[in-house]
Design a protein around this ligand. Sequence first.
Ligand code: AMP
Length: 174
Amino acid sequence: MSDIEARLKSVIRDVPDFPKPGIVFKDITPVLASAALLTEVTEHYADRYRGKVDAVVGMESRGFIFGTPIALSLGAAFVPARKPGKLPYQRITEEYALEYGTASLDLHVDAIRPGQRVLIVDDLIATGGTAAATARLVERLGGVVVGMAFVIELTFLPGRQAVSPHQVDSIVRY
Ligand code: AMP
């Protein structure tokens, strides 16, 4: 295990049966409580993607928290992918499957310009449905997904396969 993975694992909190029975929720708020750890996560991804990214797309809500400082550090745009009913201007929508039912995310139609290189950022990849839908939104606007960066990857779920052929980067693996 890398040092950064060990430091993050020592603070990420497991909350059993949240938001429903059988789910072990990975609570990242202790990471946010440490300016040093949040800086480490930000610099880890900024170093990896420096010079390769025009825009960072973060998914509501925790993708905003991690994606914005990475975008700032890269000198890239930050673009929010939002839940329905939140974005005020013209938008496109992609649906994705949840365990029960569906969810969807929106992007503003002018959020990404054709040919822009995009890094997708969220706190955690589980089944990959959220990230795959975000990649479809980016590609519908002509963007090029250069990577997907997560703090946490649940390796017992097929997230990597679900977003293939996109590249998945994670720091903490369970
Ligand atoms: P998925 O689309 O299945 O990859 O789920 C990813 C999204 O759901 C991310 O935005 C995560 O924040 C959230 N999520 C899924 N499973 C968990 C979990 N066990 N703990 C915390 N967040 C989760």
